[in-house]
Design a protein around this ligand. Structure first.
Ligand SMILES: C[S@@+](CC[C@H](N)C(=O)[O-])C[C@H]1O[C@@H](n2cnc3c(N)ncnc32)[C@H](O)[C@@H]1O
Length: 364
């Protein structure tokens, strides 16, 4: 509905008031259900309901050692919200769709990781009013170590399931180069899961991750040590810039350009770091050039604009003069134009399956 008339001249419609209340308090319901999903993930409740089957609160208490009364209320909330299935005996369980979304961390559709940093994400609400006054946002480190773990768990399922078997073979010549021994950089690498997958699959190649988040880099180092990989190195991007000697055969930027304060400068640095015959794979949020298109064509746009204020745009404005693109700010036309400005002549959108991201193959 457009605000075509001043509010004072518009009469209050009781039916519309009811519908509007439903919309606003439904949003609160969504937030509370998300908080309960966070608890279910954190306490291992979805896994318990998956591995050992549907349960009453008494049975779930026996399985988990948690307090029955608290579990009963949690189960009832998740049942009422439709997250869990339930029967007349108040036995609660997971549908096959719920299993892959909330319990099976190895599945490509696993999404509970996105909920693990909910407390840290919401905690910045205390600091954001100041950002509205000053214009300066918060970098990813504002969410602490748990924030970095949440980012990693949110993005990892795609990397683990699809990067090596699906995405790499679709980039002409890249698999062969990685098998023979190539130099690879992941800029904005987070906890390094994408590089870990590649480093394991292509032992003849060398991999370098760059990020500015201390917490993400700590996780990346830990992940590397646990995996026992020697062909993988992580760098703090502010202390060690990308080398300007055209050495990389493959550069990755996954879900990070829209978060950067200076994405155009990073793209120019990538041009200097990549070989003239190198490949740059961009994954970034599917977005459209106008606000109206984003709202009309993307049912997740309220979530995305909200994430933008809480994390992405905040990060992209975390220093004075930041570009502030935000979650839905790096649409294909802009990406193409910025890549051209950085010195790249070829830009192709790839049809990779992903609920949120678009993929672009960029070459000199
Ligand atoms: C949404 S996370 C994505 C992380 C990782 N690519 C993934 O998919 O899991 C965005 C990352 O970009 C990093 N970042 C932001 N600005 C950066 C910059 N100028 N250079 C390198 N990394 C940056 C953040 O610290 C954060 O780890």
């Amino acid at each position: 509905m457009s605000p075509d008339q001043p509010t004072a001249e518009r009469s209050l419609d009781p039916e519309r008031l009811k519908a509007y209340g439903k919309l606003v308090f439904g949003a609160m319901g969504g937030a509370v259900t998300a908080a309960m999903i966070h608890l279910g993930d954190r306490l291992g409740l979805f896994r318990a309901l998956w591995k050992d089957g549907p349960a009453t609160s008494v049975e779930l208490a026996e399985r988990t050692g948690l307090d029955e009364r608290w579990l009963r209320e949690w189960l009832r909330q998740q049942g009422a919200a439709g997250v869990l299935e339930w029967d007349a005996d108040e036995r609660f369980g997971l549908s096959p769709e719920a299993v892959v979304t909330l319990a099976d961390e190895d599945h490509a559709a696993f999404g509970a990781g996105l909920f693990s940093q909910l407390p840290q994400t919401m905690a910045v609400l205390e600091r954001l009013p100041e950002a509205f006054r000053t214009g300066i946002g918060l970098s990813y480190d504002a969410f602490g170590p748990e924030g970095a773990r949440g980012q990693e768990r949110g993005f990892a399922p795609w990397y683990r399931n699809l990067l090596v078997p699906f995405a790499i073979p679709r980039l002409a010549g890249v698999k062969e180069r990685l098998e023979a021994g190539a130099e690879v950089a992941d800029v904005g690498c987070g906890g390094g899961v994408a590089l870990l997958e590649l480093a394991r699959a292509f032992p003849a190649s060398r991999f370098h991750g760059y990020d500015i988040s201390v917490h993400a880099l700590e996780r990346a180092e830990r992940n590397k040590t646990e995996a026992g990989l020697g062909n993988l190195h992580f760098h703090h991007a502010e202390e060690e810039e990308l080398p300007a000697d055209e050495r990389f055969d493959l550069v990755l930027t996954f879900d990070c350009l829209h978060d950067m304060t200076r994405p155009q400068a990073i793209m120019r640095a990538i041009r200097k770091a990549i070989r003239p015959d190198g490949v740059w794979l961009i994954a970034d949020v599917k977005a459209h050039p106008t606000y109206a298109e984003n709202v009309e064509r993307n049912p997740m746009s309220p979530l995305m604009y909200g994430f933008s204020v809480l994390t992405c745009m905040s990060s992209a404005l975390s220093e004075p003069g930041g570009a502030g693109l935000g979650t839905l700010g790096f649409h294909e036309d802009l990406a193409r134009e910025m890549a051209r400005e950085a010195g790249f002549g070829r830009f192709e959108r790839l049809e990779f399956p992903h609920p949120v991201n678009a993929f672009y193959e960029v070459r000199v």
